[in-house]
Design a protein around this ligand. Structure first.
Ligand code: PBG
Ligand code: ZN
Length: 322
């Protein structure tokens, strides 16, 4: 007997035939930062290739993406009035609901619009909820998040994505949406979100850094694995449609564990720091950007992700990397 695993590695055709992981453009979600104004395409220094858009330029950029098959976007609002209680987070005049209704008016069901639901870009203190004597009050924050999610649903969002990590928010948001007739508005839960240094560039992009302290009293401790399963199963019970692990690269073990523990579709968020590190190294000629990006995407899919939220999505489809 002569067992040779190299046999099926011999040519591209046989390698493709036995490939266990196959990426597909339907997996990708592309994030956008939206701001008030007109004609704005303002590059974000910390995230080469990513910009702030106003609604008019957003529509044109989304149109380009759609031509390449990027038909799912995740919206973040930037530049809204910041107050102690984060009240602009659920105003109908805020940029996210405005952008959602403009996008849905322009593209209808050809575009799937997901909105990030979190108040850190809307609070003066930059925390993801209501701050009381240095501690984020869970239940008051959940009330606020419900209002924010509802305002996005009312604007026409297909799915809301709570990224705050308060306890019980998925159930509360589900109930709020259902009570108002939005039974078909989905919830993608950032169920397993770690307190991570990989969000650094994003916080510049969204102007959402906490003014004091950090997010460790609500986001998860990177040392914990079992707890991620508890978080994931709670969100499943509370009615989430999709679960998420975030960040992605340093948490592939968690992706696999969560995938094995649930039957829900699983997303990962390939976050700003992961993106910017690749971009920085590539711009210095230290790595081959295409190969590194596709190796990372393959790793997410192999680890168990059905959906990949990534700032690389446009490069991947427009440059024909798939
Ligand atoms: C808001 C939010 C953050 C990200 C997504 N939603 C930042 C944070 O929690 O500090 C990070 C996204 C990225 O880094 O690309 N809570
Ligand atoms: Zn937040």
């Amino acid at each position: 007997m002569n067992i040779r695993p190299r046999r099926t590695r011999k040519t591209a055709i046989s390698r493709n035939m036995v490939a266990e992981t196959r990426l597909n453009k339907d997996m990708f979600v592309y994030p956008y930062f939206v701001t008030h104004g007109k004609g704005i395409v303002h590059p974000i220094k910390a995230m080469p290739g990513i910009s702030h858009f106003s609604i008019d330029t957003l529509i044109e950029d989304v149109r380009k993406g759609l031509q390449h098959g990027i038909n799912k976007v995740l919206l973040f609002g930037v530049g809204e009035e910041k107050t102690e209680d984060g009240s602009s987070s659920h105003s109908h005049h805020s940029i996210v609901p405005q952008a959602v209704s403009a996008l849905k008016k322009e593209f209808g069901d050809a575009l799937y619009v997901i909105t990030d639901v979190c108040v850190c870009a809307y609070t003066s203190h930059g925390h993801c909820g209501i701050l009381e004597e240095g501690y984020v009050n869970n239940d008051k924050s959940v009330d606020l998040l419900c209002k924010m999610a509802l305002s996005h649903a009312q604007a026409g969002a297909d799915m809301v994505a709570p990224s705050d990590m308060m306890d019980g928010r998925i159930g509360a948001i589900r109930e709020t949406l259902d009570d108002h007739g939005f039974v078909n508005t989905g919830i993608m839960s950032y169920s397993v979100k770690f307190a991570s240094a990989y969000y650094g560039p994003f916080r510049e992009a969204a102007d959402s850094s906490p003014q004091s302290g950090d997010r460790k009293a609500y986001q998860m401790d990177p040392r914990n694995g079992n707890e991620t399963i508890r978080e994931a199963l709670l969100d499943e019970d509370e009615g989430a449609d999709i679960l998420m692990v975030k960040p992605a690269l340093a948490y592939l073990d968690i992706i696999r564990r969560v995938k094995d523990a649930t039957l829900l579709p699983l997303a990962c968020y390939n976050v700003s720091g992961e993106y910017s590190m690749v971009k920085a190294a590539a711009s210095q000629g230290l790595i081959d950007e295409q190969r590194i990006v596709m190796e990372n995407m393959t790793a997410f899919a192999r680890a168990g992700c059905d959906i990949i939220i990534t700032y690389h999505a446009r490069d991947i489809v427009e440059k024909g990397w798939l």
